[in-house]
Design a protein around this ligand. Structure first.
Ligand SMILES: [Zn+2]
Length: 154
């Protein structure tokens, strides 16, 4: 990988993973993507550690939606600046943000646990959401929100 990149002088060190080809917890905290990403190979540079300059204008380094678990065709669309795909990504982020706020609010104001919050969410809010999640996923996610909140309150 490194040897091939060596010949491409227009390439820059990937600003998302800082050239490692892998997004770790430090990168996630630096880009403020806790609760939204987990450590994984870097989708911004396709795990090569290098990017072409042009991508910086097309897609934000911290674009939440752009992760390695997306199908390759979707990753390509994001990198090409496809408006429909980018809009879908924005909707996804709005959904995640509102879920985080919902969980934080119920944890802080009513001291509810993850399972109770998930149950309430599924009974009252799920229909408004454009994205379906299973209860198990939801509980796990909300537990993560609570844990992060606890750690920042201490
Ligand atoms: Zn990268």
């Amino acid at each position: 990988m490194r040897i091939f990149n060596f010949f491409r002088k227009s390439d820059l060190e990937c600003p998302r993973c800082l050239g490692k080809g892998f997004v770790d917890w430090e990168d996630i905290i630096r880009l403020n993507r806790q609760l939204k990403w987990v450590p994984a190979p870097c989708a911004y540079c396709n795990a090569t550690g290098r990017v072409e300059k042009e991508i910086l204008n097309k897609v934000a380094v911290d674009c939440m939606y752009l992760t390695i678990d997306l199908p390759e065709s979707v990753i390509d669309k994001i990198k090409d600046g496809d408006q429909e795909t980018i809009e879908k990504g924005k909707q996804r982020e709005i959904f995640v943000d509102s879920l985080i706020q919902y969980a934080e609010h119920h944890y802080l104001s009513q001291n509810m646990d993850a399972e109770s919050i998930a149950t309430l969410y599924l009974n009252t809010e799920a229909e408004k959401a454009n994205f379906s999640v299973t209860k198990e996923e939801l509980i796990k996610y909300i537990q993560g929100v609570i844990n992060l909140k606890k750690s920042t309150l201490n």
